[in-house]
Design a protein around this ligand. Structure first.
Ligand SMILES: Nc1ncnc2c1ncn2[C@@H]1O[C@H](COP(=O)(O)OP(=O)(O)OP(=O)(O)O)[C@@H](O)[C@H]1O
Ligand SMILES: [Mg+2]
Length: 327
């Protein structure tokens, strides 16, 4: 297969900046570089995991990939088309093909709309079904995500959190979606329900040939379902690798720190595990450290790390890492 055919989403040098630059001494800058020069590719049919601590820019990156926030620089190429600068009209077919599943389905569902209407709306908006046929399609979607097809007349508050997330997923699928940004889709759910939703997403990906960008702060979860994983720290991607390589042989000291905080499922290994060393707090994104953003927390920081930003470079084995220890 050519690279063109294998890659579904290509992100090049993407940057998203919020806020205002300082205009006077008493008006300090409120600029936050939420996404800082991010380059990555997502292959067709894969689950590409994105992990990092709260505030590192995961959601903003996901939204920028879907063109829901306007990037200040860089490009997003979806299935060979550069989405940058497309007008709303030209974007419309891509809005149909790319969707988002949110952490909080209640916040993304209109409480006055029946769940059937919520799921059917994209069908009508994108002209995929006529009104008369939409309800049959909705019932089919309900069945697909494990909801009772006879419950389409009910309202979001009549459902449990897990069922509401199934509604959110059905809505995301309605427009014959190919690519879904799953933004912490199970973080708000009870642990017992999390596995059901994760299994549903996995099953749907296989059956419908979907591609996911799966965002979570929980590395254990991302490890479970991703093919490749990118680790993000203060707006930048610091490491990308296949999940086995990343979890068994992490290269970046930050990836190692995240992994050290994940409990092992192996009891014996768990007993032998040294206490997790999560050093320090995440610095303010308003005033990130110079050089490698991670250097104040890094046990292996060198002088160079304080001054020079390490580029995300590909090693001979294909792995990507942004760390002076590995260049
Ligand atoms: N609309 C906005 N206006 C201004 N700043 C924003 C906006 N959205 C996000 N930010 C800032 O951008 C940075 C990245 O936020 P983002 O929500 O993308 O992080 P995240 O990794 O998704 O965090 P979490 O794990 O808490 O969801 C944060 O510093 C946040 O305060
Ligand atoms: Mg987020």
């Amino acid at each position: 297969m050519s690279t063109q055919a294998r890659t579904l989403v290509q992100v090049e040098g993407l940057r998203v900046v919020f806020g205002r630059a300082a205009r006077a001494l008493l008006r300090p800058s409120t600029l936050v570089v939420a996404v800082d020069d991010v380059t990555l590719t997502v292959d067709r049919g894969e689950t590409f995991g994105l992990v990092g601590e709260s505030g590192c820019g995961k959601s903003t990156l996901g939204r920028a990939v879907l063109q829901l926030v306007k990037p200040s620089a860089g490009r997003v190429i979806f299935d060979g088309t550069d989405l940058t600068g497309l007008g709303e009209r030209a974007m419309r077919p891509f809005r149909r093909r790319m969707q988002m599943v949110f952490q909080d389905p209640i916040g993304s569902l209109d409480p006055r709309m029946s769940v059937g209407e919520a799921v059917g709306e994209p069908l009508l908006v994108h002209g995929l079904k006529r009104h008369a046929d939409a309800m049959d399609a909705v019932r089919e979607l309900f069945g697909l995500v494990g909801l009772d097809p006879d419950s389409t007349d009910r309202f979001p508050h009549e459902f449990s959190a897990g069922q509401r997330q199934r509604v959110g997923i059905a809505r995301a699928l309605a427009s014959r979606t190919e690519f879904i940004v799953c933004d912490e889709p199970v973080s708000a759910l009870d642990v017992s329900i999390q596995a059901q939703i994760v299994n549903l997403l996995e099953d749907l990906r296989e059956r419908l040939g979907l591609t996911y960008l799966f965002i979570a702060h929980d590395l254990a979860l991302v490890r479970h379902l991703s093919h490749r994983i990118a680790v993000m720290y203060l707006g930048r991607i610091v490491e990308v690798a296949g999940k086995v390589a990343l979890c068994e042989d992490p290269l970046h000291p930050y990836t190692r720190m995240l992994l050290a905080a994940v409990p092992s499922t192996d009891r014996r290994r768990e007993r032998q595990r040294p206490p997790a060393v999560v050093r320090g707090e995440v610095p303010s994104p308003l005033n990130p450290p110079a050089g490698c953003h991670f250097h104040p927390r890094c046990p292996q920081a060198m002088r160079q790390c304080r001054a020079e930003t390490p580029a995300l470079r590909q090693r001979s084995d294909g792995r990507l890492v942004a760390c002076h220890l590995h260049h």
